[in-house]
Structures are given as C-alpha cells and as structure tokens.
Design a protein around this ligand. Structure first.
Ligand code: SF4
Length: 410
C-alpha cells in the first residue's frame, strides 16, 4: 500500500473514531439503550417514585416508612449523591460548612459498656480518667476555638447520666453560659438527662444536646447493653421538649449491615416529631482494648450513601462529619460535602481521638471554596419564600405533615 493511501485510511479511521466519540457525548440526540439511532426517545413510563418526591420536596416530612427510606438508600450511588447535592442546595447555603470544636470536659471512668468506646471503665484501653474540667479551662479552650473560626463549642462528659451530679451540673451551666457569652453556639453531651435537667440547660442558654442513637434498633443490643434504645429516645424527647436542639446520629462500622441498619437509624430519627437539628455521622475509630477493635471498617461508598440518604430524608438537618474524618482523604471529605454533609469537628482533639486541625481545614476550605457556616438564622437559605427556614426551630414544622412531597405523590 502506498504511503499516501495509508495516511488517508488512517485519517478516515481517526475521523470516524472522533465522530463516534463526539456522537456518544452529545446529550440531546435521540437514542435508545444499547445502540444509537435517530428514533424518537421512548415516552417515560415510570410513575413517580418516593425518590422523585424526595428530590422535589420543599419542606421536611415526618411520615417516612422504612421501606421508602430503603428505596432511596438503594438508588444508584451516582444518582443518589447528585440528587442529595441538589436538595442540599435548596435547603442550605451551598459551600457553608459549620465548624465545631469538641472538648472532653470529663474523661474516662464511664460505667456504660458501649463496645466502641475508649472511655468505658469496662475495657482496658490505657486511658487515664479525669475529673470534670474547671470552668476557666473550658473558657480558655472555647476562646481558642473561636479565634480559629469555630462557631459551635461542644463539651462531652463520660457519664451514664446526670443523676446525683448537682455540683457538676452547676459547673456545666456556668460553662454553657460562658460559651454563649462569647457569641458561640454551645452543645453538651452528658449521657441521659431528665426533663428537669434539660430545662436547667435550656435556661443556661444551651443551643444543642448531643445524644446519638449509634445504630439501628435491631443492631443496638450488639453494641450496648447497659442502656436501652428507648432510654436514648427518652433523653432525646426530654431535650426536644425543653426547647433545645437535638444532635443525634450514629457510628458507622460497628459490624452493622448498611442496607438495614443505616436505613433503620435514619428511619428512627426521621420519624420523630421533629428531625434532629444535626445528624453526626461518625466513622468508627477502632480503639485497642474495646470489643469493636478489629471490626471491618465501613466502606466509603456506604458512608456516602448514608449521608446522601439522610440529606434526602431530613433535608433541613445539618449533617456533621464527626469522628474518623481524620482517616479520610480530602477527596472523600469533599464527596461527603457534595452529597449533603455541612458540618465538621475541627481542632486539636475530638474527645479521645485525633481530629483534623484548624489550619488543615482552613486550607481545605480555601482550596474548595467552602466557607464557615454562620450561626443561627443566617445559615439557611429560604425555600420558595417559605418562612419556616428563617428560624432554626423546626418544632413547628411537624404541623406540616403531610408534606408537599406527599401531596404530590397522592
Ligand atoms: S460512649 Fe459515652 S456513655 Fe458510652 S461508654 Fe463512652 S462515655 Fe460512656
């Protein structure tokens, strides 16, 4: 074959190839699955699904069935995360991520048997128990957190409950007042609290109370035996009734089955009278000496799927990347933000585990165009001029059941 003919043939082949490539990337050409034709696209036959309704929702709904959440959870991940990102932008300021700092104000010596926890006195983890921190030391740490851009300061004490801790409660009340006086949001996690204790915390100005459900009701007895799921729900109710925002989420990687246990966890929280103000997603940090050490780590795709599902099911809730973020590359963290996460813990420590530092997070924010979320009302965008998102109190939203999404479906 002559050289010119070879050149012509190969040019034609490459033109065909490039035409094929171009053709296959054009979005609006009519095509049928498996081959490219000029035939008209088939008319859509699929009826609206629960996923479709969640994607167009303009307000939260509280009447989810577990089956419906399971259907959303099973959506192909590409579609699920894209949809969650869209819903996220409808309910929250895009790119706004809340910076929280968590201080352990009383370490170790806890009587509970949470099988993942370094602070349980039942396991030999080498952790040194301490007394309750002083109000002064807490204020010092809160000021450092504020100076570094955190706008929520969380305080955790390793206690089963607050019974017989009136002196401790008095100090915590002072800590809460002190943190609030800095213009920061204050959150505490102190184990179980009754109505009276919740009211004391509310009167001190507490913004939020953290009490995680950890996992689904079914899997829970495999993780903790010293307090029941219903006791946890009771504390959540006491906090909510006192008018304090609820922060409640889970730990992924406790040997659970994502398809059932992540769905179960989300279902329980999404069908409470009000959705939690925030939903922390923890990735188990395995602690040597605890029963959970050596568990198979949660797969990243299961973690993202959990976040995206929670975003679609509880659209107004803040989703917090909590423990274990330090083990995630920045690209994974960004995928979580795109799928609906909008809060992180940042600082020197997260309870007893390592935490991504402020400088590292500031660099990440700069690289990706993220910004620290502002406090209170300014954190939400308005949704179709509905006044409900001008305030952070979701309590009144429960009156809106059935939601617009349900109305569309029926
Ligand atoms: S998770 Fe909390 S309640 Fe459970 S053992 Fe640890 S400190 Fe105690």
């Amino acid at each position: 074959m002559e050289a010119s003919l070879v050149r012509t043939t190969s040019r034609l082949a490459s033109q065909q190839l490039s035409r094929r490539r171009l053709y296959s990337t054009v979005q609006d050409l009519p095509r049928t699955v498996g081959s490219f034709t000029d035939a008209a696209p088939p008319a859509p036959t699929r009826s609206r699904s629960v996923f479709d309704d969640a994607v167009v929702a303009a307000s939260p709904r509280y009447d989810w069935t577990r089956e419906q959440i399971s259907q959303i959870h099973q959506t192909p991940l590409m579609e699920l995360t894209y949809a969650a990102g869209n819903v996220h932008r409808r309910f929250h300021k895009p790119g706004a991520v809340q910076l929280c700092t968590l201080m352990n104000i009383k370490t170790g010596g806890c009587t509970e048997d949470c099988s993942y926890c370094a602070q349980s006195s039942r396991y030999k983890t080498g952790l040194q128990a301490t007394k309750l921190s002083t109000v002064e030391s807490v204020m010092e740490a809160a000021k450092v957190a504020k100076a570094n851009g955190s706008n929520r300061f969380c305080m955790g004490a390793a206690w089963r409950d607050m019974r017989g801790r009136s002196r401790g409660m008095k100090n915590i009340v002072d800590m809460v007042k002190g943190v609030r006086s800095l213009g920061m949001e204050a959150c505490v996690t102190l184990g179980m609290v009754d109505r009276e204790q919740a009211k004391m915390l509310k009167d001190a100005g507490l913004t939020a109370y953290n009490h995680n459900l950890d996992t689904s009701r079914e899997h829970y007895p495999n993780i903790i035996t010293t307090r029941s799921y219903d006791e946890r729900l009771q504390t959540i109710e006491n906090v909510r009734e006192a008018g304090i925002h609820v922060c409640s989420g889970g730990i992924l990687g406790l040997g659970e089955t994502p398809q059932t246990d992540h769905v179960g966890l989300i279902h329980t929280l999404a069908t409470l009278p009000a959705h939690p103000e925030s939903f922390p997603v923890n990735k188990l940090v395995p602690i040597k000496g605890t029963p959970m050490f050596g568990e198979e780590p949660v797969k990243f795709e299961d973690l993202v799927r959990c976040i995206a599902t929670a975003r679609l099911v509880m659209p107004a809730t803040i989703i917090r990347l909590a423990a274990g973020r330090v083990t995630m590359p920045e690209s994974e963290q960004m995928m979580c933000f795109m799928a609906g996460a909008n809060a992180i813990f940042t600082g020197e420590k997260m309870l007893t585990t390592d935490c991504n530092g402020w400088d590292e997070d500031k660099d990440m924010f700069r690289r990706w165009g993220l910004e620290p979320m502002q406090t209170d009302a300014s954190r939400f965008v308005e949704v179709e001029q509905e006044p409900v998102f001008e305030s952070r109190s979701f309590a009144h939203l429960k009156d809106e059941v059935p939601s617009k999404a349900t109305e569309v479906a029926t």
